[in-house]
Each structure stands twice: as C-alpha cells, then as structure tokens.
Design a protein around this ligand. Structure first.
Ligand SMILES: Nc1ncnc2c1ncn2[C@@H]1O[C@H](COP(=O)(O)OP(=O)(O)O)[C@@H](O)[C@H]1O
Ligand SMILES: [Mg+2]
Length: 422
C-alpha cells in the first residue's frame, strides 16, 4: 500500500460508546490504534499504541467504558459511532455470573453454567466471547461450549465441542485453543438428525462436567454455552434438552421475548432466565455469507489464517481405512416390532465402502481403532478432506494437516464438502 494514500481518521469516543465498522471490499485492510484512554473489542482490552489489523469480512465494535481516542488507517465500508449499546447490560450479566463463582468458590461447588440462546444473528457468539473474556480478566478459567453446528467457533462446521479458556481472546485471532474436545455431527443443522444431535449433546455434557471437576479453579469458573439460532419447534426442544443435560443455572435470552417467555414457562424454577438486548451493531448475514463463513473456517483449518499452514496430500488405500456414516434411512414404524420406534436407526453406525460420492467430503478421524469400539461417541482427533477417489486403484487422496501415516483408521463421513482450490 502506498503510505501517502492511506486514509487516516481519528475518532474521539465518549463514555459507554462504540465505534462499529465493517469491511466488505475484497483485499482490504484496516489498522486500528488506541491513542488515549481505554477500549476493548468484544471483551479484549486494546493495548495503547499497538496496531491491530482487520481484514475483509470483519464486523467489529470497539467499545469504551471511560472514553478513548482511536486512530484508524484504511477504508471501512460501514463506520459509525454508536452511543446506544447494551455493553453495560452485558457487564452486569457478567457481574451476576461472577457473583455465582464467588459463592461456588466458598462452598466448593460447581460454578455457574450459563447458556446463551436466541435466533440467528443476534450476537449470541459475541456475548459468549464477552462473558468468557470478562471471566478470564477476573482470573477465572471457564469452559467454553459451542453447540452450534452451523456457525460454531470451536472447530469446523458440522461439529460441537468445548475447550478450556485460560487466556483472553486475541484481538485478531480469537481464543487460542489447546486440545479442544470435538464431536462430529456431520450436518449443518440439528434437524438433519435430531436423535444423533441429542445423543452427542448429552455426551458432551457428560464429558465437560467431568472436566469441570479437574480442579477447584476450573470447577468454580463454570461454563459458558453458545447455541444455534434454531429456536422453534424441535430447535426449542434441543434448547430445553441442553439446559437439562448441562444443568444450566442461567439462560441469557437475546432479543426474542417470545422465546424468553416460553423458557420462563418451561424450565425448572431453579434455572434463571434473563432477557438481554441485542446490540444494534449485530449484522445480519445472508445465506451466502453464512456459507462463505463456513467455507473459510474449513480453509483456515487446513491452510491457517494469518500464520500459513502447509497441509499434506497423500493417497490412502481403501483397505487401510474404514469410513462410517451415522444413521440408516428410517424404516416406517409399521415395519418395527410392536411398540418399538424406528428412532434407533438414526444413531446406528453404518460402515460404508468408499465411492465417488465421498469426493470433496470432510472425514472426521475418530480415536477408535476398530468399529467394535464406541465410534459414535468418540471425540475427534482431526479432519481430512477427500480430494480424489480412484475407483480403479481403490485409493482416495486426502488433504490432511498431518503427514502420513494417519494415526487411526476409523473415519466418520460428514455431509460437509470443501473444494480445495489451492
Ligand atoms: N456491537 C457490534 N457491532 C458491530 N458488529 C457486531 C457487534 N456485535 C456483533 N457484531 C458482529 O455481528 C456478527 C453476528 O454476530 P454473532 O455474535 O456471530 O451472532 P449470532 O451468534 O447470534 O449469530 C458477527 O460478525 C459479529 O462480529
Ligand atoms: Mg453464533
């Protein structure tokens, strides 16, 4: 970039206001620097004098509790200062959660397990991030759980998972994750296999609850659970199921009063239901933008984001691996023995033979060594993408973050596809 031509602007922000901006234009970069005062990005404090880079696709709010001066270099597509923000409400929500952690510490109990719910594009993931960051800033180490299979933050699309948050999120790169716990669902919406989603959710709840018992610090820090935007019909039932399985102490409902009232009616009285306002800054994403966001998550998994990664490509013999699907086509109840439901089919492991139909599909590598093991309930070691199927030689070519050999051989087939255009 020609230094002379870069547009530079200064923004003076008042108490409790935020600078919101979006970058849509391709190959654009914006650099933000905090000159005076204090400011934060979704709960992560900016360091004065440090240059933060934002790229195409960024939708950001830089908030200040006490006022600040920001220097912005580069062109943004949308930019304005908002004086109305729900940040103080979110801070109060955090303070209430923190109070529960203090009590948990004193009584040596589990800390607060909090779930954030609401329709699509209301800022659920952002609120979770803020709550996690604030917790870490107070010396806590909460577990972050993400149940959103479409736009989750932990692994690639089609999964649910959890990880321990020990550090504040990096402004540009988000939370650093060590050994996240990931389960493969393999579809973009729970509705694609409700029974299987339910099963995995229960498994994740069980394992994260065990993890919570690791030590006193983790136990009292509790969990923050993000959910997907499907809040009607079966989606609502999944919320109730999650609340029960995770033994949720509080549910923060973003934006939708109807959902808030339904939950007030349906969850046990011991679970607090709290309404939170949606931020006016949250940007609605089109179908296309969602699908692009999913694609770029997969690309980042293989190729990295700011630090490039160099994935490997190699052939694997069909005979050396076993690919499995979950869920057999449903039988009508009339074909089942009296009183039995055809539901069991949906969570059945089906070993399948590779074929051209798996081309471009993601395969999740389980920790299992044989299909006699509990493959369906296995967490995931990593992912590969099928970039070629050679029927004659009976091999597939995979894109893999690790060089060969693959550590295990049992894979779960995902519905999700990735076109490797590198
Ligand atoms: N206050 C805000 N100002 C500007 N953009 C925001 C703000 N809060 C959230 N966003 C952006 O809006 C988008 C949607 O928010 P997100 O938290 O992912 O919503 P949800 O999880 O409910 O779908 C994200 O790109 C996020 O960065
Ligand atoms: Mg989200």
């Amino acid at each position: 970039m020609d230094a002379e031509k870069v547009k530079t602007e200064e923004f003076q922000l008042e108490v409790d206001s935020e600078l919101r901006f979006e970058i849509e234009t391709r190959n654009r970069k914006v650099v933000v620097e905090l000159k005076e005062g204090q400011a934060e990005l979704f709960g992560t404090e900016l360091v004065k004098g440090k240059q933060y880079e934002f790229h195409t696709g960024a939708k950001v709010a830089i908030f200040t509790y006490h006022g600040c001066k920001l220097l912005v270099k580069g062109e943004m597509d949308v930019q304005y200062i908002a004086r109305e923000t729900p940040m103080v409400q979110y801070l109060n929500a955090h303070a209430a959660v923190e109070q529960l952690r203090v009590v948990a510490d004193e009584q040596n109990e589990n800390g607060p397990i909090v779930m954030v719910v609401g329709p699509c594009d209301v800022g659920k993931s952002t609120v979770c991030k803020i709550l996690l960051n604030y917790a870490v800033r107070q010396g806590r180490t909460p577990i972050s759980v993400d149940l959103d299979v479409g736009q989750g933050s932990i692994s690639i699309p089609g999964t649910i998972g959890a990880f321990l948050v020990e550090r504040i999120a990096h402004v540009e790169d988000g939370f650093s994750q060590q050994a996240p716990l990931v389960y493969q669902f393999g579809h973009l919406s729970p509705s694609d296999n409700d029974a299987y989603y339910k099963l995995l959710l229960s498994k994740l709840a069980e394992v994260t609850h065990k993890r919570l018992q690791t030590n006193k610090k983790i136990r009292s820090s509790g969990m923050i659970i993000n959910t997907c935007g499907w809040v009607k019909g079966a989606g609502y039932k999944h919320i109730l199921h999650a609340a029960q399985e995770f033994q949720v102490a509080a549910i923060f409902v973003l934006d939708q009063e109807r959902l808030y009232n339904e939950l007030l009616r349906d969850v046990p009285k011991s679970t607090q239901v709290v309404f939170l306002q949606k931020s006016g800054g949250v940007v609605e994403r089109s179908r296309h933008q969602r699908s692009e966001a999913r694609d770029s998550r997969i690309r980042e998994y293989f190729y990295g984001r700011r630090t490039p990664l160099y994935p490997h490509s190699f052939d694997v013999k069909w005979s050396d691996i076993q690919i499995c699907k979950v869920g057999a086509p449903a039988l009508p109840d009339s074909c089942m023995p009296l009183g039995m439901k055809a539901e069991g089919n949906k969570t059945k492991l089906l070993p399948t033979q590779p074929s051209l139909s798996i081309l471009h599909h993601i395969l999740a590598l389980t920790f299992c060594e044989s299909i006699e093991e509990d493959v369906i309930n296995s967490n995931i070691a990593g992912f590969v993408c099928v970039t070629n199927v050679d029927v004659e030689r009976q091999t597939i070519t995979v894109l893999s973050p690790q060089p060969r050999p693959l550590p295990n051989c049992i894979f779960l087939l995902s519905d999700i596809q990735f076109m490797d255009s590198h």
